[in-house]
Design a protein around this ligand. Structure first.
Ligand SMILES: *Cc1c(COP(=O)(O)O)cnc(C)c1O
Length: 355
């Protein structure tokens, strides 16, 4: 606290990202990064850009990148927005599209950045409880919604809704902007992007941080009808005209060109997720089925805090949220098969010791 602060700073509750510790032999399963590095085509594109000279500003509208991504999805470049990670894209979305007379609605258990943006931008919100099985129920979103945002698959549960359920939500709220945050869609979800043509109130947000393995490059995306994209552009150009540097634009474009690498790495992650789920079930854990690159599991006889601390003592870090309903759950990122096996062996040992 300081008298030099603007008043709003005093009242902020900032998001706390998963830790990035530097520890010998650390197994990091806490922030849903991809265990496989980006492909050689991406690295070559970034290196070429370095040699091209960083003296000049990047393209402020990232036109070539947006054209590449639009073509990949069968859209026009005008339907694509890019930003410095999807967290920045979400920030512009909250600022530019989610403040209305009715409250913003989102699930009670969801990406914990959403209430933080509401605090920063002064947006009134209401949470909608997940059902007893930790599933989103579309019918529970009340008609007074000024706007709605939800991740699909949801975080941190990993549960997914079919595209048909998203369309029901859109049809029930034709006057409200609906944002679907698809950070994990490539691990088992159906994207809502094909619905954009029929629903001018739909914005789909994606990231290159998870399935495309570029968390360190910071590239996020939004897809929507032209007026929604224009709102994001207006906010962006009132905040930072150059959110994506030259390396990010070149690397991201190469990531969309290398379809084979993308398909191979996500198939490996999906196979290792099955290995992780089977192993956890055998140890007595319970979890909703996951369509993401993590699982959300609890043990009926052991506290989440104990399990997380015991894993940490073995240099394995997972994520736990000290919140009502989910304090006993561990959110465990899917690693390579070898990493999954190391985690399962550690849990087996911990459970044996705890009795
Ligand atoms: C990881 C994640 C993001 C943020 O991704 P970045 O593009 O790395 O900022 C956004 N939404 C959800 C639900 C996420 O899990």
């Amino acid at each position: 606290m300081s008298r030099f602060w603007s008043p709003i700073v005093r009242d902020l509750t900032p998001y706390v990202p998963g830790e990035q510790p530097r520890l010998e032999g650390l197994l990091k399963l806490n922030t849903n990064e991809n265990p496989y590095g980006p492909g050689p085509h991406v690295l070559a594109a970034i290196k070429a850009e370095v040699e091209d000279g960083l003296r000049l500003y990047p393209d402020p509208t990232a036109e070539r990148l947006r054209a590449t991504i639009a073509a990949y999805h069968g859209l026009d470049a005008g339907n694509v927005f890019v930003g410095n990670g999807s967290d920045e894209v979400l920030a512009h979305t909250f600022k530019g599209l989610l403040q209305h007379e009715g409250p913003l609605l989102f699930p009670d258990i969801t990406y914990s950045f959403y209430p933080v943006y509401c605090g920063l931008f002064g947006i009134a919100y209401r949470t909608v409880p997940l059902d007893a099985a930790l599933q989103v129920q579309i019918e529970d979103f009340a008609p007074d919604a000024g706007a709605i945002i939800l991740p699909n698959p949801n975080a941190p549960t990993g549960s997914v809704l079919p595209r048909e359920a998203i369309e029901r939500l859109l049809l029930a709220h034709p006057q409200a902007v609906i944002v679907i945050d698809e950070a994990y869609v490539d691990f088992g979800g159906e994207s809502a992007i094909p619905l954009i043509a029929r629903h001018p109130n739909l914005l789909v947000v994606q990231t290159l941080s998870k399935a495309r393995s570029l968390a360190g490059l910071r590239v996020g995306l939004a897809f929507g009808d032209r007026p929604l994209i224009e709102a994001l552009e207006r906010v962006k150009d009132s905040f930072n005209s150059y959110p994506l540097d030259r390396l990010a634009q070149a690397g991201a474009r190469a990531a969309y060109e290398d379809v084979a690498w993308f398909e191979d790495s996500r198939a490996k992650v999906i196979a290792s997720r099955r290995r992780l789920e089977v192993g956890l079930l055998a140890l007595g854990f319970e979890m909703p089925p996951s369509a993401a690159n993590f699982v959300f599991a609890r043990h009926p006889r052991h506290e989440g805090a104990m399990l997380a601390a015991a894993l940490r003592a073995r240099a394995i870090i997972v994520r736990r949220f000290d919140k009502p309903r989910i304090a006993d759950y561990l959110r465990i990122t899917v690693g390579t098969d070898a990493e999954v096996d190391r985690l399962l062996a550690a849990l087996e040992e911990i459970l044996a010791e705890a009795g």
